[in-house]
Design a protein around this ligand. Structure first.
Ligand SMILES: NC(=O)c1ccc[n+]([C@@H]2O[C@H](COP(=O)([O-])OP(=O)(O)OC[C@H]3O[C@@H](n4cnc5c(N)ncnc54)[C@H](O)[C@@H]3O)[C@@H](O)[C@H]2O)c1
Ligand SMILES: O=c1ccn([C@@H]2O[C@H](COP(=O)(O)OP(=O)(O)O[C@H]3O[C@H](CO)[C@H](O)[C@H](O)[C@H]3O)[C@@H](O)[C@H]2O)c(=O)[nH]1
Length: 330
């Protein structure tokens, strides 16, 4: 198969590229390198530097012929989306509509979306299943919901078949130890904890310790990026075999608090990780935990590496190696 990964030079996309390549598919990567890195592009893949806002560029890349498109390109910082909703609207929503239009124009009728747990908002019950009400508490989550809803319309009206993968919190690095998927400017919790451990940051800011959780800090479901990558291959096979659309959660099923991440990271790294407790970040739900039983049933997917020990260990190994090689740019 020829699979186009849009946003494939980013953190998750690089791991997805490896999963497709490992089983012999041809991978193309379209990325504007706004947050991704050229050095993340795997040997043997086709690389097109370009932007999903540029419809002529999309025409050129789609002319190469693809069996499926995996759409990972987006801005992803929930906190930032509350301050700069306009850039999230353009890049995430308009960009996705451009890509959907390119798919229809070039007859690429299989679409895999990087969606998010952020579509749900504050949980009414846990674990979250796919039927849970969707009332995003941050604008980023709203953009993902809007893209999903458009995909449903384009399925009904034009027969575009999609799998929306609602990732919970992606974390960790390649379990086989390949140094891939490095980020220009990490902004998620675990990378920031590691930057603090390595001495790049004086301390970690903990956004709120008065949540209704066991220790007062925010709880998330961290899912290993190698597990996420595998799901994209399964989702593509699903579309080929079933030609029907699907929306599924991808999570570990366990909730881990910010404080637990800090404590466990201190243990694994053997480093002091100073933490400063500050106000809650607007738009953050207290607790998100997934039920992924639908992904297991439909895709045969199960998290294999998403225990917090493996997640933190694979991340720390990359940060230590980076210290030696100075690969992660700041
Ligand atoms: N990291 C997470 O915890 C998480 C959780 C749920 C969903 N997601 C989604 O998964 C996807 C990948 O996330 P990631 O963590 O790898 O982030 P990332 O920032 O590392 O990757 C996004 C990639 O898309 C590219 N890109 C952005 N806008 C583009 C545009 N207009 N045209 C072309 N390329 C563009 C970037 O350069 C980057 O390489 C995103 O859609 C994100 O919303 C991430
Ligand atoms: O410096 C920080 C950064 C984060 N946090 C806390 O750590 C938890 C995780 O925050 P992240 O910013 O790492 O991740 P989010 O849960 O906000 O969002 C992430 O996971 C979502 C899915 O659950 C999305 O898809 C989104 O793209 C991705 O960034 C939250 O409780 C947050 O308040 C801190 O305390 N300090």
């Amino acid at each position: 198969m020829r699979v186009l990964l849009v946003g494939g030079a980013g953190y998750i996309g690089t791991h997805v590229a490896l999963a497709f390549q490992d089983r012999g598919d041809t991978v193309g990567i379209l990325d504007n390198l706004s947050t991704g890195l050229k050095s993340n592009v795997l040997d043997g893949s086709e690389f097109y530097e370009g932007d999903i806002m540029d419809t002529q560029c999309l025409d050129r890349v789609f002319a190469k012929g693809w069996d499926a498109v995996v759409h990972l390109a987006a801005f992803k910082a929930a906190g930032e989306s509350m301050l700069k909703p306009e850039i999230y609207a353009t890049n995430n929503i308009t960009g996705s509509l451009n890509l959907i239009n390119a798919c229809l124009k070039h007859n690429v009728m299989r679409f895999i979306l990087s969606s998010s747990a952020a579509v749900y908002g504050e949980p009414v019950y846990l674990p979250l299943d796919e039927a849970h009400p969707k009332h995003p508490t941050n604008y980023y989550g709203y953009t993902k919901l809007a893209i999903e809803q458009n995909l449903e319309w384009f399925d009904r009206l034009k027969g575009l078949k999609f799998v929306a993968l609602r990732y919970f919190n992606a974390a960790g690095y390649d379990v086989s130890g390949k140094m891939l998927g490095l980020e220009k400017k990490p902004a998620n919790l675990i990378p920031l904890v590691m930057e603090t451990a390595i001495g790049k940051r004086p301390n970690l800011l903990v956004f709120g310790n008065d949540y209704p959780t066991s220790d007062g800090t925010g709880v998330r479901d961290y899912v290993h990026v190698t597990d996420l990558a595998d799901a994209h291959v399964s989702a593509t096979d699903y579309l080929v075999a079933k030609n029907t659309s699907l929306t599924v959660n991808l999570g570990s099923g366990s909730g881990v608090s910010v404080q637990e991440i800090i404590d466990k990271s201190r243990e694994i790294t053997g480093r002091d990780i100073p933490a400063q407790y500050v106000d809650r970040r607007p738009g953050d739900p207290a607790k998100l935990v997934a039920s992924s039983s639908l992904a297991e049933k439909e895709l045969g997917w199960k998290a294999r590496y998403s225990d917090i020990e493996t997640i933190l260990r694979t991340t720390w190994e990359v940060y230590l190696a980076d210290r030696k090689k100075s690969v992660i740019t700041s």
